[in-house]
Design a protein around this ligand. Structure first.
Ligand code: NIG
Ligand code: FE
Length: 429
């Protein structure tokens, strides 16, 4: 432990300490390797981890600062703070009426083509004030944090005009400052063709390429560019043009790909060197191989299959076997997956995609960190890394998928500070 650094937080008597020490990213059989320490401890100085190991050893070596917070975990499980690498958290209204329409037999695409879906969220977002959006988004960040999520990737995509896309990205920037959650911003101007461009979609593409991307890059508001690459939305050639322009402007690439039908989105993502391709329910064999070769991370979103009442989940097993880097996310959004529970996605990953608890934990920590360009800083509990960790009300990490649809994250520690009250409900500021 660095002698000049005093511990301001010590967590001891951790029954199972999931450090995720080991290879980055976790591929194939390595996804099962949790870097588990039985009866472990973690020492933190301000916002940085300074000691990880057996509880007695960490406690013995730590030089405690005055007023150091000591938490006795009482044999509980501790993991790194979870990372959610695909969210749409900025929106003005929920869309429960569409959920009900789906229950009554309409499909997601039918609702979208009739003017609902993303376009209805766009109409509402454009009318909403900044304050209203900040407040609604902050409540969702609170909920994510209470479920053990300490970093998210956050997309725009409900503005679809230069002005309102920038408004969304500024909200993401401001909440990154004001809220304990860390947010990694993604520009998603190519989420849908807005109402005013329905009869001239090529002009909307031009607007994205000539005006939106340069404006977003010039203001430094996004790290990534994403696109809804899907039949009837942005098809392959449009996606190639838009994402090539984004790449040239210096943005990393992410894709919504092969979600509702196969059109070759995974192949295109790999070809353009995308950082991630997400959804992938209908990915082809060739797309899987291309992603493995390109090192493009597959972000699995099983909440979407669940909430769209689908029966087909993405073929995660095949991707893991073929050497694709696999991460897992909520897709938190008002249309296809309205949830802030990443732990519930771990349950769905188990039941729908046959991923074990250890594989899913790799997918929401170290692999998720890789997918947002934060490997080495978060997603593992290692000296020198950011002190984001979660104490769970469980004795065995395999309870995470098994004990489902309740919140077992009892204490969430963000940058070295407890941000929930330890009762699983929370007092996030
Ligand atoms: O990831 N598929 C496109 N985008 C979102 C849904 C957005 C919405 O319906 O509002 C998704 O599923
Ligand atoms: Fe999405």
């Amino acid at each position: 432990m660095p002698p000049e650094k005093k511990a301001t937080l010590l967590v001891k008597n951790i029954g199972q300490l999931v450090t995720m020490a080991g290879p980055v990213p976790r591929i194939g059989p390595h996804m099962k390797d949790l870097g588990l320490i039985e009866n472990g401890g973690v020492a933190v100085s301000v916002d940085e981890i300074i000691g990880v190991g057996p509880s007695d050893e960490v406690e013995g070596k730590a030089d405690l600062a005055e007023g150091c917070t000591v938490i006795n975990a009482g044999g509980a499980v501790v993991t790194p703070g979870l990372i959610d690498p695909h969210t749409h958290p900025v929106f003005a209204r929920t869309r429960e009426q569409e959920f009900e329409m789906r229950i009554e037999g309409k499909t997601y695409m039918e609702i979208a083509q009739a003017g609902g879906g993303i376009r209805s969220s766009v109409r509402h977002l454009r009318e909403a004030s900044r304050e209203q959006l900040m407040e609604g988004t902050a409540r969702r960040l609170d909920r994510l944090l209470r479920h053990g999520v300490t970093t998210i990737e956050a997309k725009s995509g409900y503005g679809l005009s230069t002005e309102s896309e920038i408004k969304m990205l500024e909200i993401i920037r401001d909440l990154n400052e004001a809220h304990p959650m860390d947010l990694v911003p993604t520009f998603l101007g190519a989420h849908e063709v807005p109402d005013e461009y329905r009869d001239r979609p090529e002009e909307y593409e031009e607007l994205i390429i000539r005006e939106m991307i340069p404006a977003v890059v010039e203001k430094g508001l996004a790290e990534y560019s994403d696109i809804f690459c899907e039949k009837g939305v942005f098809e392959i050639e449009s996606s190639r043009r838009i994402q090539s322009a984004a790449k040239q402007a210096g943005l990393g690439l992410r894709f919504h790909a092969d979600e509702l039908a196969w059109i070759g989105g995974a192949e295109l993502a790999a070809e353009l060197g995308a950082v991630t391709a997400d959804h992938l329910v209908y990915i082809s064999e060739a797309g899987t191989k291309a992603m493995a070769n390109a090192g493009t991370v597959a972000v699995m979103l099983p909440g979407t299959t669940f909430s769209l009442a689908g029966s087909q989940y993405a073929p995660a097993r095949r991707m893991i076997d073929e050497g694709v880097v696999v991460a897992l996310s909520t897709d938190c959004n008002p249309g296809s997956s309205c949830t802030e529970s990443l732990p519930f996605m771990v349950s769905l990953a188990a039941l729908g995609m046959k991923m074990t608890a250890a594989e899913a934990l790799s997918a929401v920590t170290v692999n998720a960190a890789v997918s947002i360009g934060r490997a080495g800083r978060i997603g593992q509990l290692q000296p020198g890394m950011q002190a984001d960790l979660v104490i769970w009300d469980m004795k065995d990490y395999r309870e995470l998928p098994y004990h489902y649809a309740v919140n077992l994250a009892v204490k969430v520690i963000k940058r070295g500070k407890p941000v929930t009250d330890g009762k699983g409900a929370g007092n996030v500021p």
